[in-house]
Design a protein around this ligand. Structure first.
Ligand SMILES: Cc1cc2nc3c(=O)[nH]c(=O)nc-3n(C[C@H](O)[C@H](O)[C@H](O)COP(=O)(O)O)c2cc1C
Length: 684
């Protein structure tokens, strides 16, 4: 159809109808004609077959819903003010998409990495970025063309004067035999509209709209009388209209449709992200001069800051003079005794934006008093430089003699609240504080469920401080390595126990009794058949690996519990070694049967143990693995996994030994294996 000469269409129309007013060829290559004829049904506007001029269909009326939506979209039914409003909204959408692109480039650390892998650490942020990458370009186009259409509509586009050229006709006029060469030469694809002369008067011309100009053609001689070039603004208006509406391309319409849905998602996810950030504004009761505990935060998206605020509130409840601020606001704190630094890491081990000046400030600002500090790094093993910025601060602080660590640096993966709670409890212990953070973030109460005591075993040695409880749950969807939380009284903090799943719904807990420990004594006092209330939290970063070539389990004290459960489920009989350190031979008695059973069934290949209070020698897990470090690193190298559970000091020592051994082996550093989920820890 596109190659059909215009003259042929004109001839067919003239043959079929009394009078032709105009024809229009739309983007979808349909030919619409406006004609008069003797027969009523063949008069009016309808689609025609371009080859013979026959009517092929009526022009469908726009559906009311479609019309309603178009009106709403263009002006919100507010006529001109509505259109102005929509124009301004388009402009803002354009600005947001441009700034969004810049932020995305910044977040990805460069234009080249715009399409690099994105780590899913927060649902809304992740999909904000994923959808952003896919639809920012269409959204920029939608908004920019929307702005242009509004400007055009309000005649705010500087109009170039029309270029009109008038030709003197020299051609002869043959009224009997008009043959217009131009119409023979033009095909339908080159024209968009043709208006027929109004009457047979010589002064009435054909008005032919081509894609870039409009031409007046003499109806008898075929001479071009006038040519008007469309100004660029008009061409741009047409292009904008097509790009904005998807007119003429189904594929582009689909892309625009998806991008528009994404705009809705962006509105929502953007609002959630902003809300989360706003919710975490810092308020202080004490001035920086009077506070003895200073909490400094490095946080980009507010996760770490929220933890800092919870900690601040818990300390205020204990009447502590605490001051919370961002790391970049570091200054002289005259009364500071304790410094707590909670910081996340971004980019490639870089500080978050509210902490990027801290290391410089630290050099400039001097404190003369003695300060004990504790650093908690928030990060994700999905990145190569796990908690690197927290490590950098730790390293920087060791240079100052008046700064001494209260606890070794702690790391928290994926904002794990239970891990943070454990760190906070440990920190509070060093200060003899009964610190109580809320049970869970957002104040959501965990659903409690009863656990019934089936069996109890206690160590009968001079320390007499450890016991196991075999309990039955009401449900079964948990795994060894998950955490059981329980709160012995309304106003006490939650205690967490790493669990062993020994059979469906059966859990083995290993508990160390503290003389004044509320929770351990409460559990110790329960008899067989009694129950306690608690809840289970998934701890998916500490499950037995499903695909490792070999597994090494390192534990001390009650930290053996999750491993007992894991061994039971090692039905594939993956080569597994267990190292355990306890105080006395008796302290092993409560686990012995489980370990023996795992050995007998080949679920455990090797077992090594160390006693720290037996035979006068002080032997710890650390001592057990010292001669095995080469083997440990080799296992990691071959795709094996090391899991560590028990006391935090043991974990820190062991990690240091492994880190040094990795360095000596000259292959990968320890961070590589941590990022690769080959070193899993759950210590307290
Ligand atoms: C773009 C980007 C880069 C990140 N880079 C690292 C990194 O190098 N090392 C790391 O341990 N965590 C990294 N993370 C994870 C964050 O540190 C982690 O999500 C943290 O919980 C964020 O805390 P915030 O909400 O307080 O900013 C990165 C996260 C994002 C989004």
């Amino acid at each position: 159809m596109e190659d059909l000469p215009l003259s042929q269409l004109i001839d067919s129309l003239k043959n079929n109808y009394e009078e032709v007013i105009d024809i229009e060829i739309n983007k979808n290559h349909f030919v619409k004609a406006s004609v008069f004829s003797m027969e009523d049904e063949l008069s009016g506007e309808f689609y025609i077959n371009p080859f013979n001029g026959d009517k092929i269909g009526d022009i469908p009326k726009k559906k009311p819903l479609f019309e309603w939506t178009t009106n709403f979209h263009r002006s919100l039914f507010l006529k001109t003010p509505g259109r102005i409003f929509i124009g301004i909204a388009s402009f803002f959408l354009f600005l947001i998409s441009i700034t969004g692109t810049i932020l995305l480039i910044k977040r990805q650390k460069g234009f080249k990495k715009l399409f690099a892998k994105i780590v899913k650490d927060d649902f809304y942020q992740y999909y904000h970025v994923i959808f952003g990458r896919l639809s920012l370009i269409p959204i920029i186009i939608i908004s920019l063309t929307g702005v242009y259409l509004s400007l055009y509509r309000f005649e705010l586009i500087p109009e170039k004067t029309l270029e009109s050229r008038i030709f003197e006709s020299t051609q002869e006029i043959d009224l009997e035999n008009t043959k217009i060469d131009l119409f023979n030469q033009l095909t339908l694809q080159e024209i968009s509209k043709l208006e027929f002369p109004f009457s047979s008067d010589e002064e009435d011309y054909y008005i032919l709209d081509l894609h870039s100009k409009s031409v007046k053609v003499h109806q008898y001689s075929g001479a071009i009388i006038e040519e008007i070039e469309y100004p660029f603004s008009e061409t741009l208006q047409k292009l904008s209209f097509n790009l904005h509406t998807g007119n003429g391309s189904i594929l582009w319409s689909i892309i625009l449709g998806i991008a528009s849905l994404n705009i809705l998602f962006f509105l929502y996810s953007g609002a959630v992200i902003s809300f989360k950030r706003l919710r975490t504004s810092i308020k202080n009761k004490y001035s920086p001069e009077e506070a003895s505990v200073i909490i400094l935060i490095g946080s980009e998206n507010g996760g770490t800051k929220r933890k800092g605020i919870l900690l601040q509130q818990a300390l205020l409840k204990l009447k502590k003079k605490v001051y919370l601020d961002e790391l970049n606001n570091y200054r002289e704190y005259r009364s500071m005794k304790s410094l707590i630094i909670l910081t996340s890491t971004y980019g490639e081990g870089d500080p978050p934006s509210n902490a990027d000046r801290f290391l410089e400030l630290l050099k400039e600002i001097n404190h003369s008093q003695h300060i004990d500090y504790s650093i908690v790094g928030f990060g994700s093993h999905a990145y190569d430089n796990f908690c690197q910025f927290a490590k950098d601060i730790d390293k920087a602080l060791t240079k100052y003699q008046n700064y001494s660590p209260t606890l070794p640096i702690s790391f928290i993966h994926n904002q794990d609240y239970a891990e943070f709670n454990i760190w906070a409890t440990n920190w509070a212990k060093t200060k003899d504080l009964n610190l109580q953070l809320p049970e869970s973030l957002g104040g959501k109460k965990e659903k409690l469920s009863p656990f019934k005591i089936l069996e109890k075993n206690s160590v009968q040695d001079e320390y007499n401080d450890t016991f196991t409880l075999h309990v039955e749950a009401k449900f079964n969807n948990f795994q060894s390595g998950d955490l059981l939380g329980l709160q012995p009284s309304q106003d006490s903090a939650i205690r967490w126990y790493s669990i062993a799943k020994t059979a469906p719904r059966k859990i083995l807990l290993s508990i160390k009794r503290h003389e004044l420990g509320l929770c351990s004594n409460y559990l110790n006092d329960l008899s067989i058949g009694e129950q306690f209330e608690g809840f289970i939290k998934k701890n998916k970063d500490f499950h037995f690996p499903s695909t490792a070539s070999e597994v090494i389990l390192l534990s001390n004290g009650t930290g053996i519990a999750p491993f007992i459960g894991m061994l039971q489920h090692n039905t594939k009989k993956v080569k597994t070694t267990l190292f355990w350190g306890g105080r006395t031979e008796d302290s092993f008695s409560i686990y012995q049967a489980w370990v023996q059973d795992a050995m007998d069934t080949d679920k455990l290949s090797r077992f090594e143990l160390a006693y720290s209070r037996e035979n006068g020698e002080l032997k710890y897990v650390q001592d057990l693995i010292k001669p095995e470090l080469e083997y440990l690193v080799e296992t990691l190298n071959n795709g094996g996994v090391i899991m560590i559970c028990g006391a935090i000091n043991m974990q820190n020592d062991v990690l240091k030994l492994i880190a040094d051994a990795c360095k000596n082996a000259n292959k990968h550093n320890i961070e590589y294996y941590q990022a690769n989920h080959q070193i899993l820890t759950d210590c307290y």
